[in-house]
Design a protein around this ligand. Structure first.
Ligand code: TXA
Ligand code: MG
Length: 349
């Protein structure tokens, strides 16, 4: 049975939080809110506990977990050798939506790192996540709390959809602010490499370290010879049940092409969904038309992406047509997720 509790992040109920922390301490599973997406937590140094995460999510065992910490001292325990880059970035952005890849210490089980000699570490800023980790006294391994392959959860309701009956507790702490997973940066080399784009952008990283680059494979379809460095990035992810196509080009041409495609699929008897923006909502004619957010504030688009993909699953859309959102550096993170959701199905118009 899954216990579902609400915790107000502005006024944390310490008795409820203790109950959750005790579950983690004793090897159970707790789903909790973070500022990026909801996480599914277990004691990351306890093999049996972290093995339960893979079962609950249906996640392939070569896909490593992020260890969530609440104090810098954890780095001495979990990492091996010095990373000046890592220290600088941690100081600049923790607690926050940044995951750093370090060389792992012998304390971190290979079952947690998917067999890698590196370990992913993040100190989250969400007060409920932060306090939960602190009180539990363990390092909390936590992937996004979705069933493997589904869009990451940005509300407790999404977690309940995917995880009820599979975990010990779900903490409802409201909507995840950012709505996209953390930026992952490998700091084991001379130059920081972004393995997964997120709310913290290449420019943000460069301001601290001078240089930084993207993992070259990020915006392309993975192949045998061209695999992303973050193992999880190779899976078809965030996938809605319907077939998603992204339209790229000048706004007027995109609208025209989507209207044409939507009319055709609808006349063939399919259920059609359209991902529009506040600005273009009225320009579309056929199908279920939903706005993802406003182009005036790309944070709304980032925050709306996983929600809208889940809504089109609920609507049982067979085909989904979307605009593209490359407009600025947050657009890189949005498009990375959207391209994966579309299986890299793009129409240039
Ligand atoms: O925002 C987030 O990061 C959320 C919240 C809950 O903190 N967590 C999250 O975890 O997105 P998950 O498991 O869904 O994604 C972790 C990603 C995967 O793509 C995985 O392959 C990569 O991090 N990763 C983990 N350890 C790694 C390592 N040692 N080297 C390279 N990539 C790693
Ligand atoms: Mg995930």
């Amino acid at each position: 049975d899954t216990k579902i509790i609400k915790i107000d992040s502005n006024n944390i109920d310490s008795i409820k939080l203790k109950e959750a922390a005790d579950i983690l301490k004793s090897g159970g599973l707790v789903a909790f809110p973070t500022e990026t997406v909801y996480g599914l937590g277990a004691d990351g140094l306890n093999r049996e506990a972290s093995a339960k995460i893979y079962t609950a999510k249906g996640r392939p065992s070569d896909n490593p977990l992020i260890l969530h910490i609440s104090s810098m001292k954890a780095l001495d325990d979990l990492t091996e050798g010095e990373s000046l880059l890592g220290k600088k970035l941690a100081q600049a952005f923790w607690p926050g939506p940044l995951t750093l890849i370090f060389n792992k210490s012998s304390r971190v089980p290979l079952t947690t790192t998917g067999g890698l000699n590196t370990v992913a570490i993040r100190m989250p800023a969400h007060p409920v996540a932060y306090e939960l980790i602190r009180q539990s006294g363990v390092y909390v391994a936590a992937p996004s709390a979705n069933a493997s392959g589904r869009p990451s959860p940005t509300t407790a309701l999404h977690v309940i959809e995917d995880m009820e009956g599979r975990v010990d507790m779900i903490i409802d702490g409201g909507k995840a602010d950012i709505g996209l997973e953390s930026t992952i940066v490998d700091v084991t080399g001379d130059v920081p490499v972004i393995l997964r784009p997120g709310f913290l952008t290449l420019e943000d990283i460069k301001k601290v370290t001078g240089e930084a680059e993207y993992d070259k494979s990020l915006f392309q379809k993975p192949t045998e010879n061209f695999k992303p460095k973050a193992p999880g990035m190779k899976y078809r992810h965030y996938a809605p049940k319907g077939q998603l196509t992204i339209y790229e080009g000048e706004s007027g041409s995109v609208i025209e092409a989507i209207n044409k495609a939507a009319a055709k699929k609808q006349s063939e008897g399919f259920k059609v969904g359209i991902i529009a923006t506040d600005e273009t909502l009225k320009a579309y004619k056929d199908g279920i038309i939903k706005t993802i957010g406003t182009r005036k504030d790309e944070k709304t688009i980032a925050g709306g992406l996983f929600q809208i993909l889940r809504e089109f699953d609920t609507e049982q859309a067979d085909y989904i047509f979307s605009e593209s959102f490359y407009d600025n550096s947050l657009g890189q993170a949005i498009m990375n997720r959207l391209l994966k959701a579309a299986g890299y199905h793009i129409e240039k118009v």
